[in-house]
Design a protein around this ligand. Sequence first.
Ligand SMILES: [Zn+2]
Length: 558
Amino acid sequence: MTRVPAIRVFQQPASRLALPRAGGAILLLTALAACVPGSRPPGAGVPLVVIVIVDQLGSGMLEAIQPQLAGGFARFLDDGLRFPQCEHDHASSVTGPGHATLATGMHPSRHGIIWNEWHDRARRKDVSSPSAPQEDSTANFDGSAAVTGGYMQGETLGDLLKRADPNSQVFAVSLKDRSAALSAGRHADGVFWFNARSGGFTSNPALMPRLPGWGREFWEGDPFEMSFAGVRLPRAWAYPIRPGARPDDDPFESDALSRVSPHPIASARALRASPWADWLTLMLARQIMASGHLGADAHTDLLVIALSATDYIGHEYGPGSQEHLDQLMRLDGWLEELMEAADAAAAGGGGRAIFALASDHGVLPLPERVAGGRRIDEGDLERRLRAAAVRALGEGDWIQAIVGPHLYLDHGKLEQAGISIAAAARRVRDEIARLADVARVYDAADLATQVPGDEHQRLQRNAWRPDRGGDLVIQECELCLLTDDPTGTSHGTVYAYDRRVPLIIMGERIAAGESAQPCRTVDLAPTLAAVLALPRFESPRDGRALTLRGVDTPDQPK
Ligand SMILES: [Zn+2]
């Protein structure tokens, strides 16, 4: 058995703070800010805001293991204001749209990140959501293709903070490029993500002029050779078998990296599907806090930490697996250390940190392990979609691209054939609607106006726009996993298991407990903007400031 590091790997802060539990009188920070002398910077006296986004943390996952949690997650559950069934108010329950929505408080139809990729008709090529809009954009510092998040439109919370107070610092860090680049905004001070090919973290000159000297080992080092507080990354992931999760060996788990403990970590790529992907990300987050002196003065700093390992592990083994449970248990411990460091940093700035916990989407359990679940062969469905287009329009290769749920007809060919795009889309739509495994299919006309009471149509509409979306949007059946893989699982649908996530906000004067208030993930950015008493966003938001336990948040960011 490979020996693995103990969960607690970071050294304690020099003087550990004994923080009193939140609770008692409910005071609105913004009301407090009104009493603050005009000489103080914006931010309501909060030195540091830390947003933790756990990729693929479905609603109820933490509560299910709450008795076993004792670290950072436990602190969120005990001391935070919880919105346990918050919803992504859009159908595209994947990483890019989820992070961009949390950052901006707008729907994908407005921030423009409609899916992780989409198809550019004119250039006849797919576009990756975090990439740079210009072909001639400068490569990342490690030479990889440019990532700037430049396709995202609208002001982020970080951008608003920088506009209100240029002395505020804004950083985002993640294993995934899209999760970092779509969390920060145009005016961030630093944005970092991991390149599994090089084994280092990197960024892009459009996001920051150069990689800081203090993080050289993160940019250039071999992650397996790095050590932090004397601990190195292990070359295998071993864990104890715990009650409350499925047996370790399940034939529907991926066996690419073994189905049972210990899982080899033979490469930086394999590292992604192990808890140490998050450990590494949190190490860099700690380094950013320390070297950037975050929280050290009255200017509010923002750090967004997007943790990707739960997603990679969930895809391979599914929620409820021993792997998934072990991941959350380890993350619980590491998060506590991160939060203690943030508390200490904020104390240096004369205040308390605000923490938020959110997720970009949920997930379907392994379909074989959920009643009514099943796999649908993705290649076979694509063949059936193409045949449906031929039945609707006659012989021809009418489909230019299929990206996620988006089907793009070939407008040039339709024009040559003298068929209007709208008429073609309607005819293909009606054929596809007859196919097995397809719950619904929408064309542009279906998404043009809101149909009262049609919830799925509304959620699809929030996730689509004419310049990036397909001519048709296909919605698979509920509990159906569209995949070419006989193992593992995924997400991306309009259904509750993919859209529902926890949202927890915690800080001084924010009373702990569970809120029954309806919550959407578009509400996070406006809520934090209200808590920090920031000025209005540059344009109206789709989200609104949530009420913090019985007290109306101000008539502010809209
Ligand atoms: Zn994700």
